[in-house]
Design a protein around this ligand. Structure first.
Ligand SMILES: N[C@@H](CCC(=O)N[C@@H](CS)C(=O)NCC(=O)O)C(=O)O
Length: 200
């Protein structure tokens, strides 16, 4: 299998964490790909986004939730994406919440760091910022219930918090969120999380 990935993409990071947690990483060739430069990425994903997983059968899978589900179907260990029961929906919702924080943070990053200054829209940045704040506040309320779980929902939360540290460190998401801060301090020590810290 090949994973089109980048060391800065939090969505790709989710997939690599799943690969490490499930022991599949050695079966995946990492193919560094930037979605922002002209290349053949659209041949694999018409949306021009990473991550994309090319299976051994040659199928190109995207986006990150689909790739994580696929990887989780390839091992015999503890499922990271629960197959059924209440846990399935709890994890799916948490993944959607953390992916949504990421979507807002990536949109804010594009608006503040990539869009030409004369074309920026401060109201859009403010809207994304509010979504991030509300999402983090929800995680602060909910994280006490996670216990030792580190499944697809918590993996996505770790990717989201790591991205905020990477791109928006000055905004200090830890402020007034002691439970989430403590949870992430523990999660960040896992080998799969520590090894995938984002870098330029
Ligand atoms: N929902 C997608 C989001 C993927 C995504 O937005 N990836 C970014 C890199 S972090 C990208 O490729 N952006 C290029 C673009 O949107 O044109 C997923 O979960 O994989």
């Amino acid at each position: 299998m090949k994973l089109r990935t980048s060391a800065t993409s939090p969505y790709a990071r989710k997939c690599v964490i799943v690969a490490l947690e499930t022991g599949l990483a050695s079966r995946i060739e990492m193919v560094p790909t930037s979605p922002w430069v002209e290349n053949d990425l659209p041949q694999d994903n018409p949306l021009g986004r990473i991550p994309v997983l090319i299976t051994n059968g040659g199928e190109a899978l995207f986006d990150s939730p689909v790739i994580c589900q696929y990887l989780d179907s390839l091992h015999d260990g503890q499922r990271l994406v629960p197959e059924g029961g209440a846990a399935r929906w709890t994890q799916a919702r948490l993944e959607a919440l953390a992916d949504g924080i990421l979507d807002a943070a990536v949109a804010k990053r594009v608006e503040t760091a990539m869009r030409p200054e004369d074309k920026r829209w401060p109201g859009w940045v403010e809207r994304q910022g509010k979504a991030i704040t509300r999402g983090l506040d929800a995680l602060e309320e909910e994280c006490f219930a996670w216990g030792d779980d580190f499944m697809i929902g918590q993996i996505t939360v770790a990717a989201a918090l790591g991205y905020l540290d990477f791109r928006f460190a000055a905004e200090n998401w830890r402020d007034r969120r002691p439970r989430l801060t403590a949870w992430y301090a523990t999660a960040a020590r896992r080998a799969s999380v520590a090894q995938t810290e984002p870098k330029e």
